[in-house]
Design a protein around this ligand. Sequence first.
Ligand code: ATP
Length: 697
Amino acid sequence: MPRLGIHQDFLRDLIRLERPIQQKVVETISKFEQSAHAGTHLEKLSNIRDERFKSIRIDLKYRGIVLAPESGDEFMLLRVDSHDKAYDWVKHRRVSVNMATGYMEIRDDAIITDTIEGLKHTQSETARPLFGHVSDADMARLGIDDQMLKFARMLTDVAMLEALDGKLPQIQYDVLFGLAAGMSPEEVWNDVVGGVTPGPIDPDDLVAAAQRMPDKVALVEGPEELMELFAKPFARWRVYLHPLQKEAALRTYSGPAQVTGGPGTGKTVVALHRARHLARQGGRVLLTTFTATLTRSLAESLRLLETDDEVLSHIDVLTVDQVARRLVDEHVGKFALIHGEEEKEIWRRIIRRRSLDFSEKFLQEEWRQVVLAQGITSSDAYLDARRTGRGRRLGPLQRAKVWRAIAEFEQELTDNNYRTFETICVEAARVLSELDAQPYDHVIVDEAQDLHPVRWRVLRGVVTEGPDDLFIANDTHQRIYDNRVSLSSVGIQLAGRSAKLKINYRTTEEILNWSCAMLTGETIVDLTGQHTSLTGCRSEVHGAEPELYGAPTKNAELTHLAGVVQGWLDAGVGPEEIGIAARSEMLAQSAVEALTRAGIDAGYLSRDRDGVEGNIRATTMHRMKGLEFRCVAVIGAGANQLPHANAVTPLEEDATTHSNDLQRERCLLFVASTRARERLHVSWHGEPSPFLNLASD
Ligand SMILES: Nc1ncnc2c1ncn2[C@@H]1O[C@H](COP(=O)(O)OP(=O)(O)OP(=O)(O)O)[C@@H](O)[C@H]1O
């Protein structure tokens, strides 16, 4: 029986085909896989550059492109498309093995040869070579092969390189691009090539090359595995894991560990694989994050990854607040939960009664960020407390006044049996410290950058300390709440157990670059208190540049939005593949109304509901966290909405909080923009937000 490698581009093509054709593809490939002499199903292609490419007939109109070795029974499915398009793709392509990474790579051989010929005639004697500073030896060490070296040596301008983006072998393109951008060969080796030598590389052994890239090629062992892959081609992450992702998900850690990485680098995918891995070994696993919307999406993904109910029964997918409420319900008893406005009203009453010169926001934040964060329970402890990140200085008398107000607030909660989300966690942490046995063996946290210290204490307390206890997926560039926690302050020591992912699998390089540019110059600190950056985060997929649009009024912006969305629908994008993000719930609701008026079905995605199934979904930027859509429209990105005036502490009240607030608002726009897989449209009315990177307009 033949062994089959399925390139993930093949599945990507498959999703785009209409259902009956998809069915035919699946039938053809299953027959091919099950036949004794698979090679006989393949057709030789004429006038192509690499004889190892063959085609397989799906029907009159469609063809699959297969890479077949000169001998042996191992094949790789690369593409599937209409006859003409498949042939257009393959006729000038050549396959090779990269001598630095050992990966298989495919290039447009005709364009490169023609460009080299063309450059021979147009080369100027005076122009400085682009790579004059890089030796041939360094080029070879970075995997640049003879043809690419010849090409590189003729370049005098980075635009000449960029013109061939998508046609060159991807890693070699990235290597040259990095060198042209001023990275040293050592930096390129570490950040682009990956910094490891894979052992001896045979340039003709494509099977070994495919095995080195499990995030691109899945090697199928039998018909069942093949059918499983075809059944859910949209969930490619179940099968294709980058070696770094696999290592992070499956290894044994001697204590708490983290996986970090920019948006879309597969941190959630790693968290899901790890949850399954630990549950399969019989451990009780908590898979958690901070919002209900996110837990719903985690639970759905988990069901795609694992179908065995017995394994699933070992995994609880809950928000930290749900875990805390269950514990308090069970061990303490019932209580009344109060929300934002009710809490604010209590603070307001206290301010009035005590004629205080503090706003309710200031007191609320002081309580959350200092008192609750540090677990302070006495006046003395508060008077001595560090108030890092709280810019407004307080003298001893002011501190005493603030403490009296906070003590009164806490008393009022106790007298009325009220709890806020935070005090439930405080109580749950106390309950946990008194239990004889912890409820979980393993805790896996996704989107961990946004948890408040009181929630971290619940997580620390809910799992027995020891190997594989806490696994933390996070990206502090995507911090969108006020919680700047250092893990050691909540009793979690990572001790270097940390993996960083760099390849973005979600979005195009164009959308990623545009979004990352918004954070250039920002100082971002990770969960261990170290500076972190997005350097090296890259995508291997290219597409359209983000589109920007400024309208004179809100109505004009929403009318324009309806046009953009209709355009996407007309181009064949499914309504459920479109997401709309706004800074405020009100604007997101207005977008739903505007689309509905234009005859387009859309729904608002709220805390409790995922919108109407099969509809376009509009929601707040906060709620977009952790989700992704093929096309995203970010609306209301105007100077009056972003930063949101109410969310930013005035500079004169507290300079540090002011700049933290601004950074958080900026990160929010970053999060919303990086939810887009293929298309991003950003609009505003009035003046554009100062965060917008208008240079690429
Ligand atoms: N190895 C992989 N092969 C193919 N697709 C992948 C792989 N890893 C992740 N993906 C896909 O990339 C997208 C982003 O993955 P995921 O949500 O896990 O990233 P993330 O790092 O958690 O993102 P964010 O921080 O932006 O929420 C998903 O569509 C996922 O299916």
